[in-house]
Write a protein that binds this ligand. Structure first.
Ligand SMILES: O=P(O)(O)OC[C@H]1O[C@H](OP(=O)(O)OP(=O)(O)O)[C@H](O)[C@@H]1O
Ligand SMILES: Nc1ncnc2[nH]cnc12
Length: 199
């Protein structure tokens, strides 16, 4: 698809960042090109309107959860277009008031996430947005927080999926990524795993 080719052309890969052996996929250049950025948002919106919304009888998404930090660059835009709330899942210790926290493991170390109590209500339909899924540790931790708050995660949506790491297998709902990358950071045709996980 031409839209995916344009978005993919903006990605850059940095070897051995932030640690030796990690091919870090940088999606920020997409945001520097307004046309590519708009194309990405439109692609994600099309996916949500044609697929995610039909995962619930209510046909409504109540909350878009964005993951610290790069999920914050996409989540509020998607939330506004859907008429949904935006809720950040932040690294623990950064949010005021009562929070729910969870410790998790990711591709290059351990971390902890928090969500503000009351920001997701019981029964809310939630979509999680982030730039990338690697081991799935971050997305799973966010899903655990949403579950503890009583919300229902309909889908996890990413710009980039490192499907070979099988992170999506850890998640309690289907996942979708716009671009799939191999261990070197090169784009590959999306595997069935992505399609299957979106069923
Ligand atoms: O699937 P995982 O193995 O959990 O890795 C994916 C997460 O790692 C990156 O964030 P990072 O924790 O580096 O935080 P940052 O966005 O603040 O740099 C990325 O933006 C995802 O949130
Ligand atoms: N390879 C990678 N590139 C960018 N962000 C990441 N987060 C975890 N692994 C990553």
């Amino acid at each position: 698809m031409a839209d995916v080719a344009l978005i993919t052309s903006k990605l850059s890969v940095h070897s051995d960042f932030p640690k030796e052996g990690i091919n870090f996929m940088d999606f920020l250049p997409i945001l520097r090109d307004p046309f590519a950025f708009e194309t990405l948002i439109t692609h994600i919106m099309n996916h949500i309107l044609t697929t995610t919304l039909h995962m619930t009888q209510k046909k409504k998404i109540d909350v878009v959860v964005g993951l610290d930090a790069r999920g914050f660059l996409l989540g509020p835009i998607i939330a506004l277009r859907l008429g949904a709330a935006f809720v950040p899942v932040r690294k623990a210790g950064k949010l005021p008031g009562k929070t729910i926290t969870v410790v998790y493991e990711k591709e290059y170390g351990d971390d902890s996430f928090a969500i503000q109590e009351g920001s997701v209500s019981p029964g809310d339909n939630v979509v999680v947005i982030d730039d990338l899924i690697a081991t799935g540790g971050s997305a799973k931790a966010a899903g655990d927080l949403i579950k503890q708050a009583g919300g229902r995660t309909l889908e996890y949506i990413f710009v980039i999926g490192l499907a070979f790491l099988k992170g999506h297998d850890k998640l309690d709902a289907p996942s979708y990524w716009v671009i799939e990358a191999d261990p070197s950071g090169s784009p590959v045709d999306k595997k069935d795993s992505n399609l299957l996980s979106a069923i």
